[in-house]
Each structure stands twice: as structure tokens, then as C-alpha cells.
Design a protein around this ligand. Structure first.
Ligand SMILES: Cc1cc2nc3c(=O)[nH]c(=O)nc-3n(C[C@H](O)[C@H](O)[C@H](O)COP(=O)(O)OP(=O)(O)OC[C@H]3O[C@@H](n4cnc5c(N)ncnc54)[C@H](O)[C@@H]3O)c2cc1C
Length: 306
């Protein structure tokens, strides 16, 4: 079922597309077509779209697609991409920074460093948006998104905008549970003022990262959460899986918790490699690896049968 705007839908090539390949919008460069893909021009456009969206149509929000595996059969419903509409950042004073959900984390990191606010350098290690970082409790270099959150602004499926606070969420390592059917419009972060930081330090952290991870190749970063007291990469390497391939998907030789699209991978290749890694690590070490990446959409067969 294709998502339709109740007003009949205006096919604006930039804002609203039908049958949009999600491979264009995910860092793994895989994924079938979304029935409808909406990239609002601004906040008002976004809120107007949500208010008129048929409640029966499934809706998914994405940031930069850097933690998302979209299956080959694509997404039934509408995918809302907010990086343009909600990309603002504002200094509220006294260490408070208001950032829109579409703002790139790397921009937030540099903005804070220039203002001597911190800890915020860790945002430079996250190639996604503020909204994605809130949804994932993304973190790097020992810092985590929700450690700095004072409040968030959210919108419900019905289009109601409200402010919420960390106590409204169950926040854990790379995992956040909040009220159902709500999305992040942005967050107010609280940082320490006169924080000892610099662009050089930020660059050094990113360079250190580049030396250890296959950053130039299509991936989703770490595929699995680290199990308590251990590292997923250590277990995958110890299981002898570095370089193991399923179709065009390969366990990285450089960092075993990365799965690389070597050029022609399908989402099914990546998903079957995820399962293979889980089964092998479970069989050898008795540890259940839990994916950090979010998987959405339908397998290719479902699309073919539709
Ligand atoms: C090379 C590489 C390195 C990485 N390194 C790290 C790292 O060091 N640490 C780390 O934590 N992650 C890392 N990641 C993973 C990823 O960048 C983070 O999880 C990031 O927070 C995802 O943001 P995004 O905007 O791309 O979200 P997406 O991938 O677009 O979406 C991820 C999830 O968030 C939801 N979502 C997105 N926006 C919103 C919103 N506004 N409201 C509600 N839900 C929303 C989506 O529906 C989806 O379920 C890495 C990824 C890559 C490719």
C-alpha cells in the first residue's frame, strides 16, 4: 500500500518521492525502495505533513541512515528524512545548546569546541544526526549522547509537539526506550563551560579512529553492541571471522565488528552475515551478540509477491 497525502499528494521531486531507493540514503548503500520518501523543506512543512498523514500508514524517521539496514524489498509506508528541516543549532547561554534533530553530530561537535563547551568532542565520532544519536544513545571516545541531554522536543504521530526530560526515557548503552510513536525534533544539551578542548584534540580523536576503523568503506559502524565485560570485535576476531563473506558483505579485516559492503552486497547478504556471526560466536563462546543496527523493511520476496 503506497502512502498517500490526504490532499492527493503533490509529487515534488525534491520533497516527496515515490518508490525512492533507500540504498541512496543509507551508509551501507543497500536497501529497497520506500513507498514514499519525504524530505521536508522546514519544520512547518514537516509538522503540516505529519498532521495530515493517514494514521494507517506506517511512518519511519531517518537521519543520515548510518545505523540502518533497510531490507531489499523496501519499506511499506513513508520514510521521513529530517536532516534539512531540523538542522538548526543555537547557543542558549550558560552551557546550553539547542540542536535540531537533523543537525549532523560532527557539526555539533565543532560548534561546541569553538565555544569551549564540553564534553562534546565525542559527537565528532558519530556520522549521523542529533535525532539518530538521541534514538541510539550514540557515543564515542567515552562520551554518550544522553549524558548531556537536559530535555528533548518531540512530536507524536498525531502531530502534537511537547518537551520531555531524561526521566521519561529508559536509556542504556546504545539503546533508548521512550513513549511509543514519538520522534525527536531536537534537544537541549547542557555542557560544561570553559571546557579544556580544542580543534586539534578533536582532530586527533578522529585520526585515531581512522587508524583503527575502515571509515572509507560503506558500513554502519559497529554492527553489534559490546556484551557486558567484553568486546564484540574481540569475540568475532577470536571466532576466526575476519574476512568472512556472505555474497558482497564482508567482516572487515581492520575492525571485526564492522561489516563492509564490498561493492555489490544486498541487504540479505548483510543480514545473513549478521546471523552467521551471531551463530558462530554463540556456538564458540556461548555469548549472544545483540545487533546495534536497526533493521527495517521487507525481504525481497515480499516485494516480489506484492
Ligand atoms: C563509519 C561509522 C562509524 C560509526 N561510529 C559510531 C560510534 O562511534 N558510536 C556510535 O554510537 N555510533 C556509531 N555509528 C553508528 C551511527 O552513526 C549512530 O548510531 C548514529 O547515531 C545514527 O544516526 P543517524 O542519523 O544516521 O540515524 P539513522 O541511521 O538514520 O537512524 C537510526 C535509528 O534512529 C531512528 N531515528 C533517526 N532520527 C530520529 C528522530 N529524529 N527521532 C526518532 N528516531 C529517529 C531511526 O528511525 C532508526 O531507528 C557509526 C556509523 C558509521 C557508518
Amino acid at each position: 500500500m503506497a502512502a498517500q497525502r490526504k490532499d492527493g499528494g503533490n509529487r515534488d521531486a525534491d520533497r516527496l518521492r515515490l518508490a525512492e531507493p533507500m540504498a541512496r540514503h543509507t551508509s551501507w548503500r543497500v536497501g529497497g525502495a520506500a513507498d514514499t520518501w519525504f524530505r521536508p523543506a522546514n519544520r512547518a512543512d514537516l509538522l503540516a505533513f505529519i498532521a495530515q498523514l493517514d494514521p494507517g500508514v506506517p511512518a519511519y524517521w531517518i537521519g543520515l541512515g548510518s545505523n540502518l539496514l533497510v531490507r531489499d524489498g523496501g519499506v511499506r509506508g513513508v520514510v521521513i528524512a529530517v536532516q534539512d528541516a531540523l538542522g538548526d543549532v543555537e547557543d542558549l547561554g550558560q552551557g546550553r545548546i539547542r540542536a535540531g534533530a537533523g543537525l549532523a553530530c560532527t557539526i555539533l561537535a565543532r560548534y561546541c569546541v569553538r565555544k569551549q563547551l564540553g564534553p562534546a568532542e565525542f559527537f565528532a565520532g558519530i556520522p549521523g544526526t542529533v535525532g539518530g544519536a538521541l534514538a541510539m544513545n550514540a557515543g564515542a571516545f567515552g562520551g554518550e549522547t544522553w549524558q548531556q541531554v537536559e530535555s528533548v522536543e518531540v512530536v507524536s504521530r498525531e502531530g502534537i509537539v511537547r518537551r520531555r526530560f531524561p526521566a521519561d526515557y529508559k536509556v542504556a548503552y546504545r539503546h533508548v526506550i521512550g513513549p511509543r510513536d514519538e520522534w525527536f525534533l531536537g534537544a537541549d544539551f547542557l555542557f560544561t563551560e570553559n571546557y579544556a578542548t580544542s580543534m586539534d584534540r578533536l582532530k586527533a580523536l578522529v585520526d585515531e579512529r581512522r587508524a583503527k576503523q575502515p571509515l572509507g568503506l560503506p558500513s554502519c559502524g559497529s554492527v553489534f553492541r559490546n556484551p557486558p565485560g567484553d568486546y564484540a570485535a574481540r569475540l568475532i576476531e577470536a571466532a576466526g571471522l575476519k574476512g568472512y563473506a556472505s555474497g558482497g558483505a564482508v567482516v572487515s579485516e581492520k575492525h571485526a565488528n564492522f561489516i563492509i559492503n564490498a561493492g555489490d552486497a544486498s541487504a540479505a547478504d548483510i543480514e545473513s552475515l549478521i546471523t552467521h556471526v551471531q551463530n558462530t560466536v554463540k556456538a564458540q563462546f556461548g555469548v549472544e551478540l545483540v545487533p546495534e543496527v536497526h533493521i527495517i523493511g521487507e525481504p525481497a520476496e515480499a516485494r516480489d509477491e506484492a
